[in-house]
Structures are given as C-alpha cells and as structure tokens.
Design a protein around this ligand. Structure first.
Ligand code: GLU
Length: 296
C-alpha cells in the first residue's frame, strides 16, 4: 500500500538519544508506515552552540540499530541557511518583520509569564522603533498577540529560530504528518500562522505524551540511565521497542517486538493522553530474563 503520507523525525543532536526520543521516533515511524507512507529524517542542528555532528551521526546509527530506517537522505538544517534567508526576505518584503534589542531580563521585568506554561509573551516593545539591528521578530495578528506575541525568527547572533526553520523544512520536504511530544503543542499557533503567510499547506499535527521519571519530570538528555549508550549495553532493539509498545498501550503485556511487528497494532486510540512514568528498574523488570538479553 503506497499513500502520499509523509512523516518525519526531527531530532536536535544535542546529546545521545534517550528512551523518550526513541518513543517519539517509533510513534512517528509507525504513524507513517502503518499508512503506507514515507518517513524522513531531519537533523535539527541550527543551534551550532549546542548541536554536534558526532551526536547526529550517533543518532542515525542508533536509529538503524533500532530498525527505524528513514527514506531518502537525511536533511541537515545547518546546510539550509540560504533557504531560510530567502524566506525571511519574503517576510520582510511583506513588512512583517522588525528588529528587537530587548534582553531576556528586559522581558522578564516588563511582562508577566504566560499563565498556562510560564512562557514569556513578547509585549511588542520594539515593534515601532525601526531598529536596524538585533533579533528579528515577526508581527503576529491580533488573535495571537496575547497568547504568543511577536516571536523571534532569527536570533541576534544570526541563528535561525526553530519556528521558522521547522515550518519551511516541513513544507518543502512535503511533510503532511507531524508527530512529536506534547511539549511542542504550544508552537502550533505560531507555526500555523507561518504556514498561512507562506501559503504552505498545513500538516496534520499529533502530539504524544512524554516519558517522565518517577518524580514526574520529563526525561531529558541528562537522565543518563535511559540513554541509548546504556540501553544498548543491556538490551536488544526488540526489547527496547517491545517495552515502548507495552508502555504506550500498543501491546497489553510486555513482549519483545521489532517495529515492523507493531504496524498492525498501531492506533492513536491506544496511545494514552497522560505522560508515561518510567524508570530504568521497571524496564529491567519487564524485559526480565529475556533470553536475548546480551548481559545475561
Ligand atoms: N527538534 C525538536 C526537538 O528535538 C523537534 C521539532 C519538531 O518535532 O517539530 O525537540
């Protein structure tokens, strides 16, 4: 079955992948592949301070090891500056951009954090100042002013902003299914606004729950106990994928399984709304003395 579904995984290579990143990759792979679609990989390495090529190469190797193969060549954001510049020029030609020299401290002092999630909504301080330098912001329509504010499309040091790059890339790569963690749900209004301004067709967005540690905090690259370096020493790919399938409700009990074996079981109706608690010990207890365990 071939369809025109195109999904993607768009990791930022700021460290070794952890189990939460693997879950994101798996759900997005299953979403695309269960519909006969294509699944692309984009390395989101625009932030040259935090991203490293070696992390990206390791991440690609980890995905292959897990059996999550992408179609086509991976796209690297760090090579796409000209494309972002052309699109920024277009926004500027529409009179939608302006420079801003507010510091983070200025913003903290002048604006109340957003009620729902503590984000700072930019109050438009530099909108009409006609500055020639600084970060570049985009003027949002009235309905986004209170919730999102004029957001940054290029940082003061020239770094492209995630919101701009992600929309341009998803649109130009023909992505029509965006699957990612629910922490990025608040970006949807900004991104949909950019889709409209550029005249791009919007993808369908799916935001999945996050993996949390036992303290209820989302897993991050600092939680070394669940990073791929450690997991690969203890488990087989099918054990990691099988465990994630069990924790996301795709299987009723734990059993080792490759990603392809989950294609039939995959359905968004099975994926819980709430975040999923996890710790290294319960992974071990579920996988248990599985015969393939390389450490047993
Ligand atoms: N690069 C982002 C991250 O690793 C994901 C972007 C997206 O899926 O829209 O968190």
């Amino acid at each position: 079955m071939e369809t025109d579904i195109t999904g993607r995984f768009a990791p930022s290579p700021t460290g070794r992948m952890h189990l939460g990143n693997v879950m994101c990759a798996l759900l997005s792979w299953l979403d695309a592949k269960s519909q006969g679609g294509r699944w692309l990989l984009r390395i989101e390495d625009i932030d040259t301070q935090r991203c490293k090529r070696e992390y990206a190469l390791q991440l690609m190797e980890d995905l292959q090891w897990l059996g999550l193969m992408w179609d086509d060549n991976a796209v690297w954001q760090s090579e796409r500056g000209d494309i972002y510049q052309q699109h920024l020029d277009y926004l500027t030609s529409l009179g939608l951009t302006y420079h801003c020299n507010c510091t983070r401290n200025d913003l903290l002092a002048s604006s109340a954090p957003h009620e729902a999630d503590g984000r700072i909504v930019y109050p438009g301080t530099c909108r009409d100042k006609g500055l020639k330098e600084g970060a570049v912001r985009i003027r949002v329509p009235k309905e986004l002013e209170a919730t999102n504010g004029d957001f940054i499309v290029q940082r003061r040091d020239g770094t492209w902003a995630y919101q701009l790059a992600v929309v341009i890339d998803d649109a130009l790569m023909g992505i029509n299914r965006v699957v990612r963690g629910r922490d990025l749900k608040t970006s949807v209004p900004q991104q949909e606004f950019l889709y409209d301004v550029f005249g791009f067709r919007k993808p369908e967005f799916r935001h999945h729950p996050l993996l949390c540690n036992m303290a209820g905090l989302r897993l991050c690259k600092r939680d070394r106990s669940l990073d791929m370096g450690i997991l690969r020493k203890k488990y087989l790919p099918e054990e990691i994928i099988g465990y994630l399938a069990y924790k996301t409700g795709l299987t009723r009990e734990y059993r080792a399984a490759g990603a392809k074996e989950l294609l039939n079981a995959f359905s968004w109706s099975r994926i819980p709304e709430d975040d999923i608690m996890i710790n290294a010990d319960c992974l071990h207890a579920s996988v248990g003395q599985s015969s393939g365990n390389p450490s047993s």
